[in-house]
Design a protein around this ligand. Structure first.
Ligand code: AHR
Length: 487
């Protein structure tokens, strides 16, 4: 048995709600026949967006949604997605799946989706193939007050007199790769050009996020941070991307694969600490908090229900759920360094929450984990100590937080073979415990997942909890303890 100590007087920081963010790119089946079915579809929809997803996504309180890419952003021109006659363009991903981009979903539609689900938009701006002025024009179109500029009038003509609220703009995507194959120094100069003219327009409305490293490429971070620290360029955050990748098949993995992939996911903690150290070293820790705007598993393609039709569509099992919980616990425990994070991606792609096609639409185990962790959003993170937790094969990942009268403790059992009992101790708690409940996401088989035929094979179960006794965290399972506090 393990002992979990939650050190109630020791707060480690506030968990930015945006840590529970999402990402939706124009890639594969994310939008077309995924989130978007069209206004004339027989599939129940809200102004073209799949009703089932609107309702279920809203229920997990998504704080922020990144769009339109990804790599797609670096050939996107915002003008293609407004007004009546929208051009069809070769999608960035066409060389992989042959698809063209119809631009049915553009700025207005995407913002409407965000409003429907209660998320803030996070736009990724093309820095590879448009000019800083065109980026500024997009901002002008979106943010200028009603009746002011020519572009604000065009927005009004297109049905939205009021400005849009877009609090986050990313300046480029993966500029070390698909975003122009730049060096960090070259990107830093491009960033300075774009950011200067963009911030000049959105100075009081939006944050600008600089494009960061690929995984453990610390030399990118070193060069970018030192370049920006020595300039007057405005900056409000720095991204990095980390996909823990794959080990074995998406569904038919063995025990070794399980631990290899969890081990890769665990690397996230080191990445956060090391990237952030560069910003601290340059006194940029407040201006360049981390934005991990793409993360997740990247399994071999073709295991999703569409069987290869949708690029990078993959099934999502209890392994993905445990990795989600492990990662979100790492984010919580390092919340002082993190401004935002966005799991990739929302629907029919990579580490997704929804699988949809035609009339079918299901949630993945990862969706349930986001639901089970949502009470951490905006809460104060508490220090936790778990005994005997060094060996991944016996580890229970944990984080704890408190907000108003609710303490939330989330745990993931990294062992795929053994249930682990955990005895919680709320050290230094100076309030009474009114009640406690426990929500468990687990299955007998570590490969368990939901399908169109069996959509509820993996669902969480909630029951009362007795905090004087050990709590069992099932093998390959995730547990949330919800504790209601009194005076
Ligand atoms: O999420 C899929 C792709 O992965 C994104 O377009 C890109 O940014 C990353 O390489």
């Amino acid at each position: 048995m393990k002992k979990l100590t939650v050190v109630c007087p020791e707060a480690t920081g506030t968990i930015a709600p945006e840590i529970y963010g999402h990402f939706s790119e124009h890639i594969g089946g994310v939008f077309y026949d995924g989130l978007w079915v069209g206004k004339d579809s027989e599939i129940p929809n809200v102004n073209g967006f799949r009703k089932d997803i609107v309702e279920k996504f809203r229920a997990i309180n998504p704080p922020v949604l990144r769009w339109p890419g990804g790599c797609y952003a670096e050939t996107y021109h915002w003008r293609d997605g407004i007004g009546e006659n929208r051009p069809v363009r070769p999608n960035w991903w066409k060389k992989h799946d042959g698809r063209d981009e119809p631009n049915h979903v553009g700025t207005h539609e995407f913002i409407e989706f965000c409003e429907l689900v209660g998320a803030k938009p996070y736009f990724a701006v093309n820095v590879t193939s448009i000019t800083p002025m065109e980026a500024r024009d997009w901002m002008d179109y979106c943010l200028s007050p009603q009746g002011s500029t020519t572009l604000a009038l065009e927005r009004e003509k297109n049905g939205h007199p009021e400005p849009f609220d877009i609090p986050y703009w990313g300046v480029g995507n993966e500029n070390w790769g698909g975003g122009g194959n730049m060096t960090a120094d070259y990107y830093a100069l491009e960033y300075r050009r774009f950011a200067t003219v963009m911030k000049n327009l959105c100075w009081d409305k939006s944050d600008l996020i600089a494009g960061g490293a690929n995984g453990a490429d610390y030399s990118w971070t070193k060069d970018l941070v030192s370049n920006l620290a020595g300039s007057n360029a405005p900056v409000d955050g720095m991204s990095f991307h980390y996909y823990c990748g794959k080990s074995g098949d998406c569904v038919d993995y063995n025990e070794d694969d399980w631990y290899i992939l969890l081990g890769k996911a665990e690397k996230m903690e080191e990445l956060i600490r090391r990237h952030y150290a560069f910003t601290v070293g340059h006194g940029m820790q407040d201006k360049m908090k981390l934005v991990i705007d793409e993360w997740g598993c990247w399994h071999p393609d073709g295991s999703g229900p569409s069987k290869g039709y949708n690029l990078f569509e993959q099934q999502s099992t209890m392994r993905d759920a445990v990795i989600t919980a492990l990662t979100l616990n790492i984010f919580n425990n390092n919340c002082q360094a993190i401004k935002m994070a966005n799991v990739a991606q929302l629907c029919n792609n990579l580490h997704c929450l929804f699988l949809a096609g035609g009339e079918n639409c299901i949630v993945t185990p990862t969706y349930h984990v986001f639901d089970m962790f949502k009470a951490h959003q905006g809460a104060t993170c508490l220090r936790t100590l778990m005994t005997d937790n060094d060996d991944l094969k016996e580890k229970v990942s944990v984080s704890a937080s408190v907000k108003d009268d609710v303490m939330t403790i989330t745990m993931a059992n990294c062992s795929c073979t053994e249930d682990i009992d955990v005895l919680p101790e709320l050290l230094g708690l100076n309030r009474t415990v009114k009640s406690a409940s426990m929500t468990v996401l687990a299955a007998d088989d570590m490969h368990a997942h939901n399908t169109f035929e069996a959509p509820d094979a993996v669902v969480p179960v909630t029951c009362a909890a007795d905090l004087t006794k050990p709590v069992t965290v099932p093998k390959a399972g995730v547990v949330t303890l919800t504790i209601t506090l009194g005076e």
